[in-house]
Design a protein around this ligand. Structure first.
Ligand code: FAD
Length: 286
């Protein structure tokens, strides 16, 4: 690993002012240090965010939730606010790596790393989350869809930090679910999928969002699968049609983990399971 300066600011404004073009932010280091070891990233300086107080807070905000970018996976999986209100997110955080990984790995690092297979990205897309980006002269908010530009590339500009993720309120009859397929417990997803449904008073779908991971250059919304569920009640046909549409929405490639065909098959399986689970939860059955 090349030598670098280690900077450990204790305030957010200080961290932002240290983010020169040759410096990179450090959160848990579970992605960054691997890349530095392999010399894929060779920064002059690393700006450690872990000492900034309150950047790991998970708190109610505007009827929804605000999750600080430094919140580790283990806190997301254990948070009653997330487990009770945003189940798919808790389910995704619970399966990231090992307990050691989950105690270091942060939600902000998972998103800023911009892997198409990032496990928290799909539930956050399905839950309608937005990203809060801070810079020296203020902050801006962007829908999560707009954060991901390609593998390892985000819409964060030079000098910007991901400071938090916001998830809107979930009033009424809603349910969400996260599913994934991996080769081994410690591997990243071959495919992951998250579904969110909101039901009206008659039990028909008022709103549905389905997101897929590891089947395109970024985590993506399965828009035709979503519209196929609109206005429908849950039955086996609805779930099977949504699964088929999601397979069309997916744009997988062959790589070392799986073939594109296998990934499409897994999109069908995982979408059906996620939709079924989300429906059951929205109806208070699970
Ligand atoms: C053994 C192992 C198992 C893993 N298993 C999984 C898995 O099952 N699922 C999964 O999704 N991932 C997995 N990962 C990948 C990794 O743990 C996650 O992506 C993790 O969430 C990254 O967070 P971090 O805090 O460690 O980020 P870091 O490594 O600190 O940073 C990652 C990138 O994001 C940037 N960054 C960090 N924080 C910010 C911020 N607030 N604003 C702007 N940029 C920022 C860094 O500069 C760097 O480029 C695994 C990794 C390991 C080593």
């Amino acid at each position: 690993m090349r030598r670098f300066h280690y900077l450990a600011p204790r305030r957010l404004d200080e961290a932002l002012s240290l983010l020169t073009p040759d410096a990179v932010p450090l959160a848990g280091g579970t992605d960054l240090f691997l890349r530095m070891e392999r010399r894929q990233t060779q920064p002059d300086a690393v700006v450690d965010l872990k000492r900034i107080p309150d950047m790991d807070r998970i708190e109610p905000s505007d009827g929804g939730l605000r999750i600080g970018a430094l919140a580790p996976m283990e806190s997301l999986a254990a948070s009653s606010l997330i487990v009770n209100g945003y189940r798919a997110l808790a389910e995704s955080a619970r399966v990231v790596g090992s307990i050691q990984t989950r105690n270091r790995a942060t939600i902000g690092g998972n998103l800023a790393n911009a892997s198409p297979a990032a496990d928290t990205a799909t539930p956050l897309l399905a839950l309608g989350a937005t990203a809060e980006a801070g810079r020296v002269d203020g902050s801006r908010e962007l829908p999560l869809e707009q954060l991901f530009l390609g593998p390892g590339r985000t819409a964060l500009e030079s000098g910007e930090l991901l400071t938090a993720v916001r998830i809107p309120a979930m009033p009424g009859r809603t349910g969400s679910s996260f599913q994934r397929c991996v080769r081994t417990a410690m591997d990243i997803a071959v495919v992951n999928c998250a579904a969110f449904v909101k039901l009206d008073e008659d039990g028909a779908v008022e709103d549905a969002r389905i997101a897929l991971g590891a089947v395109g250059p970024t985590p993506l919304r399965a828009l035709s699968a979503e519209s196929c569920l609109q206005g429908r009640r849950f039955d086996a046909d609805a779930a099977a049609e949504a699964a088929e549409c999601a397979a069309h929405d997916a744009r997988p490639i062959d790589d070392v983990r799986a073939s594109a065909d296998y990934r499409k098959d897994m999109v069908r399986v995982l979408t059906r399971r996620a939709v079924e689970n989300a429906f059951q939860r929205a109806r208070g059955e699970a």
